[in-house]
Design a protein around this ligand. Structure first.
Ligand code: DX5
Ligand code: ZN
Length: 223
C-alpha cells in the first residue's frame, strides 16, 4: 500500500501569515492543501470564499483541495474552480442532485469529490462512485478544527477502498478531522489514501515542516 498523502488544512493556519505558511507547507512537501469553506448554514461556522482560494492559488503550485461545507454547493462550484481549485468536494447531505454536481465539477476541469458526514453510510454514494475522483470521510463532525476522531467512521475507509477496487476505479479516499500522530496510522491502515490535518500541522510547537514530517512517519507506522 502506498503511503498516504499528507494534506494540511489551512483552517488552523495563522491567517496573518497565510502566504508564508502556504510556502512552508510547499517546502515541507505537502501533497495537497485543504481549504475548508463553511457557510454558517450547513455547518455552524463561517470561514472564507473564493477570494482566499484565489490568494492561495497565487502563493503555491500545490493542488488545492477545496472542501465545501455549504448548502447548495452547485451554485458556487464554478467560482471556486475559476479561483484555482483543483479538487472540489461537496457533501452528499447537501446535494440532492449529486450526480449532476459531480459532472459539473469534472466538466469545469476539476476533480470531483464527495464528503460523507460521520452518520452517512457508504451506501449513500454507491450509485455515483463512477462519477467521483475523491471520497472524503469526515472523521469528526464538520465545522471546527481540533476535535477528536470518531473511531467508527474509520470502517468506511476500507469499505470504500474495497468497493473502488472491485469496480476498477482509482479513487482517492480521505480522512478529515482529528488526524494526528496517534491516529494517522489507524486511518492509513483503514485504507485512507490521503490524510487531512489542521491542528496537528499548524499548531505544533516544533513548526510546520517538522510536524508534517512526523505525521508522515507516523502514518507509515514509524515513530
Ligand atoms: C472540519 C474540517 C477539517 C479541519 C480538520 O470541519 O473539514 O478539514 O480543518 O482539523 P483538525 O485536523 O484540527 O481536526
Ligand atoms: Zn475539511
Amino acid at each position: 500500500m502506498a503511503p498516504p498523502k499528507i494534506v494540511p488544512s489551512l483552517l488552523s493556519a495563522d491567517f496573518t501569515q497565510l502566504g508564508l505558511q502556504v510556502s512552508e507547507c510547499e517546502y515541507a512537501g505537502a501533497d495537497w492543501l485543504h481549504l475548508d469553506v463553511m457557510d454558517g448554514r450547513f455547518v455552524p461556522n463561517i470561514t472564507f470564499g473564493p477570494m482566499i482560494v484565489e490568494a492561495v492559488r497565487r502563493a503555491t503550485q500545490i493542488p488545492l483541495d477545496v472542501h465545501l461545507m455549504i448548502v447548495e454547493p452547485e451554485r458556487y462550484v464554478e467560482d471556486f474552480i475559476k479561483a484555482g481549485a483543483d479538487h472540489v468536494t461537496v457533501h452528499v447531505e447537501a446535494s440532492p442532485h449529486l450526480h449532476r454536481t459531480l459532472q459539473m465539477i469534472r466538466e469545469l476541469g476539476a476533480k470531483a469529490g464527495i464528503a460523507l458526514n460521520p452518520h452517512t453510510p457508504v451506501v449513500a454514494i454507491e450509485e455515483v462512485l463512477e462519477s467521483a475522483d475523491i471520497v472524503l470521510v469526515m472523521t469528526v463532525n464538520p465545522g471546527f478544527g481540533g476535535q477528536r476522531l470518531i473511531e467508527p467512521t474509520l470502517g468506511k475507509m476500507q469499505q470504500l477502498a474495497d468497493m473502488a477496487s472491485r469496480r476498477g476505479l482509482s479513487l482517492e479516499v480521505g480522512a478529515d478531522g482529528g488526524i494526528n500522530r496517534e491516529t494517522a496510522h489507524r486511518a492509513a491502515s483503514a485504507g485512507a489514501s490521503y490524510l487531512v490535518a489542521g491542528n496537528a500541522i499548524f499548531r505544533d510547537p516544533t513548526g510546520i515542516a517538522s510536524a508534517l514530517d512526523s505525521l508522515r512517519r507516523a502514518a507509515s507506522g514509524g515513530a
